[in-house]
Design a protein around this ligand. Structure first.
Ligand code: CTP
Length: 409
């Protein structure tokens, strides 16, 4: 089931992405990035420098992109040599990944001595650099000067990360996580700066309510919907705070990520952030019950029934609704019966502008899926029933609703 739903992954919607690969060991990660773009409906052409071809084979990239890999300026001397112009013109965005100090230095100085550096000179589409190198090279004065020059010239960057480097050292210089690279690419391609200056607070994932040192009460939420919403708001240039329960997901550095475990911790984090935010989207699946008392010692099965008492958690969204003011507040409703009337009731009782209704029993809409099936209800009585779609797409639609709602007020 999950496999057939992958056809709904349309993050790149037929955009043309030129991937320039330069000669660093991180080039071994590029096939995976290209595959993710292709799986999300993006068209990819790969341009390799001669050094890059020592780290990753043209055959691998030609197979994944389903296009010939471009390496030479002059393929055939009897033909026009406009390959650099044609390639630059074709691209909606150019991703240089990994970007070596050498290629960045050349571009910063207007040197065009191979196909990639030459086509960058002719490019009018946005260019994203993903640098990767040894930490001493990162610290090098000339590299730093070149980096600044490229940043000032308006090129985009996905900064390298600290971590273990291929040379065995630890420090800055590792190629950024794939998630961050793909998110930046989406922002460059689709962002319209519609939430500039706005602060958006998103919650995501489940909470875990501790019973004793080895057990907790929780649910199956993985946080995918909340993370997709935070990213969609960031793509529109909002300043985003993401408060998440336990999850393995990660996000771009520009999103302020606050990790919590229990509903009580989430309540405190939301309460602290609330006064400074304009929009709140509560996508977290907060546990409704928690043990009345945390047991310091592991509960023995023979005594479990006598000692295990529950109490309700605080309804975080209801508390937010009581302090609504001018804020736009969006909630979710998970319903398996009387869906519309229950969702409407929740929207009213929690003082929301929108509620996103979904039923985890519907195919493709449950926790953990990359897809969702939702109906968006608004406080004016509007209802929009949406088909099965990726959570990223649904997040984009919800953020669009928020943008339009702001305009109408
Ligand atoms: N919510 C919350 N705090 C809770 C429980 C839920 O903030 N303790 C929020 C969720 O993040 C969601 C909305 O309230 O945005 C609705 O959550 P849902 O689980 O559908 O409903 P509940 O309000 O918990 O009611 P019920 O379980 O009875 O359907």
């Amino acid at each position: 089931m999950r496999r057939c739903l992958s056809s709904l992954a349309t993050m790149f919607e037929n955009k043309n992405i030129l991937v320039g690969v330069t000669g660093g060991i991180a080039a071994y990660k590029v096939p995976d990035i290209i595959r993710a773009i292709r799986k999300n409906n993006g068209n990819v052409r790969a341009v390799l420098t001669a050094s890059a071809a020592k780290f990753v084979t043209p055959l691998t990239l030609a197979t994944l992109t389903e296009q010939p890999v471009l390496m030479e300026m002059f393929i055939d001397e009897s033909r026009r040599s406009t390959i650099h112009i044609d390639s630059a013109r074709w691209a909606d965005a150019i991703l240089i990944c990994p970007a070596t100090a050498n290629t960045m230095g050349k571009i910063a100085h207007g040197i065009a001595d191979n196909l990639l550096t030459t086509l960058i000179m002719a490019a009018t589409s946005p260019v994203i650099f993903c640098p990767a190198m040894n930490k001493k090279m990162v610290a090098n004065t000339f590299y730093q000067q070149n980096l600044k020059k490229l940043q000032q010239a308006g090129y985009h960057f996905v900064d390298s990360e600290p971590g273990e480097l291929a040379c065995g050292e630890f420090g800055a210089g590792r190629l950024a996580d794939k998630i961050k690279i793909l998110a930046r690419l989406r922002k460059v391609l689709f962002g319209n700066q519609r939430l500039v200056g706005k602060k958006v607070l998103v919650t995501a994932g489940r909470t875990e309510e501790k019973i004793d040192p080895v057990r907790y009460i929780s649910n199956y939420s993985t946080g995918k919907m909340g993370f997709a919403l935070a990213e969609a708001a960031w793509i529109e240039e909002a300043e985003v705070t993401l408060i998440t329960g336990p999850t393995e997901l990660t996000t771009v550095d520009e999103i302020k990520l606050i990790r919590v475990e229990s509903s009580e911790q989430m309540m405190t984090a939301v309460d602290n952030a609330l006064p400074t935010h304009d929009v709140v989207v509560m996508a977290a699946a907060v546990a409704d019950f928690k043990p009345k008392h945390f047991q310091e010692q592991k509960i023995k099965k023979s005594t479990a029934l006598q000692t295990f008492e529950l109490q309700q958690t605080t309804d975080i969204l209801k508390t937010v609704g009581e302090k609504k003011g001018e804020k736009i507040i969006v909630g979710f409703a998970i319903e398996t019966e009387n869906e519309l009337s229950n969702a409407e009731k929740k929207m009213r009782e929690k003082n929301l502008d929108f509620i996103i209704l979904n039923n985890p029993n519907v195919l493709g809409a449950g926790f953990g899926y990359d897809t969702n099936v939702a109906t968006i209800l608004d406080r004016m009585g509007g209802r929009e029933k949406l088909p099965l779609m990726s959570k990223k797409k649904l997040a984009e639609i919800i953020i669009n609703k928020i943008v339009d709602f702001r305009k109408d007020r």
